[in-house]
Design a protein around this ligand. Structure first.
Ligand code: FES
Length: 243
């Protein structure tokens, strides 16, 4: 065969192949789709079997369950007695616990023994001569104790007190006329006045110049009140207890 004829047949063969290839691909795709469709049908056609079986009843969620098996076998009275007993017992236990708690709290807050020991001070009056002052410490404050003479008592009682800044008769400031007991704290700003000084023969506060008489009443200066008289008593003759 001549070379020209061979070349022509090769070209013709290639052209036929190009035209036949798309149709072959289309055929392969169609077969693949058919297989997938069959496989999908097979999967959807199968049914799931539950191992617990199927519930055929249409159960309502509003159905109230029965608690009959929990009911007590005893009578109503027996149950009430038991309930009341339990409630009463718990109330009693709670009350006892609350009382113990409050008691412990109050004991904890009360003053200790050393503080209580300082609450009262006992003074032997026989050691204080007439016409003399003694200063003792009570609850951290000075206390003046004056053994007054008869002349001082007479002066304190006869003084016209109605016009004083803090009017007070001498009888309201003493339990026994010969014993004057007062806090040694100036009622102006808290200085300690000096005894047997001032214009009235009583006490004088040098801080701002307040004068107190022989009954401890303010007579001059900026102090607004008389010297304070603390709580005291004479439990026995010659004994003074302050506090
Ligand atoms: S503190 Fe005594 S007069 Fe002021």
């Amino acid at each position: 065969m001549p070379p020209l004829a061979s070349s022509a047949s090769t070209t013709l063969l290639r052209a036929c192949t190009r035209q036949a290839l798309p149709s072959a691909r289309t055929a392969v795709t169609a077969v693949s789709l058919q297989r997938r469709a069959r496989s999908s049908e097979a999967s959807t056609g199968s049914s799931f079997e539950s191992p617990f079986g199927r519930s055929t009843e249409n159960q309502s969620t509003l159905k109230i369950p029965s608690f009959k098996k929990y009911l007590s076998k005893n009578g109503e009275t027996t149950n009430k007695v038991f309930s009341y007993f339990m409630a009463g017992s718990m109330g009693l236990v709670t009350a006892v616990g609350a009382k113990a708690t409050v008691h412990d709290f109050l004991v904890n807050m009360s003053a200790s023994a050393d503080v209580l020991a300082q609450a009262k001070v006992e003074v032997a009056l026989n050691a204080i001569p007439e016409g003399k002052n003694v200063i003792i410490k009570w609850r951290g404050k000075p206390v003046f104790i004056r053994h007054r003479t008869a002349a001082e008592i007479q002066e304190a009682e006869e003084t016209k007190w109605e016009g004083f800044r803090d009017p007070q008769p001498d009888s309201d400031r003493v339990k026994k006329p010969e014993w004057l007991v007062m806090l040694g704290v100036c009622t102006h700003l808290g200085c300690v006045p000096i005894g047997e000084a001032g214009d009235y023969g009583g006490w004088f506060c040098p801080c701002h110049g307040s004068h107190y008489d022989i009954s401890g009443r303010v007579r001059r200066g900026p102090a607004p009140l008389n010297l304070e008289v603390p709580a005291y008593d004479f439990p026995a003759d010659g004994t003074l207890v302050i506090g």
